[in-house]
Design a protein around this ligand. Structure first.
Ligand SMILES: NC(=O)c1ccc[n+]([C@@H]2O[C@H](COP(=O)([O-])OP(=O)(O)OC[C@H]3O[C@@H](n4cnc5c(N)ncnc54)[C@H](O)[C@@H]3O)[C@@H](O)[C@H]2O)c1
Length: 337
């Protein structure tokens, strides 16, 4: 399946197809120096598949995990390109999850003021969310994604077969992001996820439908000035749960716990049902009092209110303003029983 994301500069194609990684050279120009960036948790068969199609390919491997999304790894990628004599006409290819895509994309954005970036995402979260939209960056000064750039890839290649080696917990947290997009914007995607009897067979259609939502949102709001905030459904409370839990839960798992708080009773029931089907917890494990310090420190809460996304019925949403009192009600309506 071929999708396209229009950007102010033009746009880029997104291929979603089983086995697509083996066709990378026909989908993107690999006939130049190419630095394939990947982490040590990703099966090397995926970067091997890309390197075997490059005229002059090099691999850069960094230790897996968010802790590597930092200035040191970023600098090491740039140093490697300098050492190898990369010029403005060469390219960076990310083969990995959101961490790899964010850091490799930022290195591509910065090297010689920008060289071509090709993204081959291999986690469900990165396939249906982070690979599209142009956000790249690193964590800095103890703050996630605090340094970065909007920089679009020239091509995204999504091969759902790469998910076969992904840990089930990571697969399901990625699915939470698809539920998030479906709940606000696409009742038929919601029904597909809720009714699926074979996730492996349906995953390609789920990725494509979620990407269509993401593309539509980022085309209307490339730099997150308005509509793009719809992608934050479940995030205000999800982020507070993530911080309070101190790393116990993955990001998507926290979004799952945050979403039903921000929905009408009937929509919350439907969201909980689909999340629980995939083993995702759908209620806050913490009372408001434990989350309050993180909610009050949310940088988006500057004026005492935060814009939240509320789902009244599946497939539609509205932005609401909420202060600590309103958030307290939302959370306490959805506590772990
Ligand atoms: N740019 C954006 O718009 C955007 C959006 C959402 C999230 N993000 C960022 O994405 C990051 C999280 O991404 P993630 O959840 O993909 O995590 P990740 O990149 O850390 O990958 C998770 C783990 O899965 C392993 N892995 C990746 N692909 C695999 C495969 N096919 N088989 C087996 N193992 C595999 C990796 O080695 C890693 O240990 C965060 O840093 C977040 O800030 C960016």
């Amino acid at each position: 399946m071929e999708l396209y994301c229009h950007t102010p500069e033009g746009g880029y194609g997104i291929t979603v197809a089983r086995g697509a990684i083996r066709d990378a050279a026909s989908l993107a120009d690999l006939n130049r120096k190419v630095l394939v960036v990947t982490d040590d948790g990703i099966p090397s068969a995926y970067s091997d598949a890309v390197l075997s199609q490059c005229r002059e390919g090099y691999r850069f491997v960094f230790p897996h995990g968010e802790k590597s999304k930092n200035l040191d790894t970023f600098a090491a990628i740039l140093s490697e390109m300098l050492r190898l004599g990369f010029t403005r006409s060469d390219a960076v290819v990310a083969v990995g999850g959101g961490v790899t895509g964010d850091i490799a994309g930022f290195a591509a954005a910065s090297y010689m003021r920008g060289i071509d970036f090709i993204n081959i995402p291999t986690t469900l979260l990165s396939q249906l969310d982070s690979s599209v939209g142009g956000k790249t960056g690193i964590d800095f000064g103890g703050i996630k994604n605090s340094v970065g750039a909007f920089y679009n890839p020239v091509r995204v290649i999504i091969d759902p077969d790469t998910l076969e080696t992904l840990d089930a917990r990571l697969l399901h947290e990625g699915l939470a992001e698809a539920v998030k997009m479906a709940a606000t914007s696409d009742p038929s995607l919601f029904a597909l996820i809720a009714g699926s009897c074979d996730l492996g067979a349906d995953i390609e259609a789920i990725i494509a439908a979620a990407l269509r939502i993401k593309i539509d949102v980022v085309e209307h709001d490339p730099e997150e000035k308005g509509l793009r905030r719809v992608l934050n459904f479940g995030h205000t409370i999800g982020h507070a749960i993530e911080a309070a839990a101190g790393g116990k839960y993955y990001h998507g798992e926290c979004v799952a716990m945050g979403m039903p708080c921000m929905a009408s009773p009937e929509a919350a029931r439907q969201i909980r049902e689909v999340l629980e089907k995939y083993g995702l917890s759908s209620r806050s494990p913490f009372p408001y009092s434990a989350l309050e310090p993180y909610i009050l420190h949310d940088k988006k809460m500057a004026s005492g209110k935060v814009t939240v996304v509320f789902v009244d019925s599946i497939g539609s949403f509205e932005f609401r303003q909420a202060g600590p009192e309103e958030l307290k009600c939302y959370i306490e309506n959805n506590l772990e029983k």
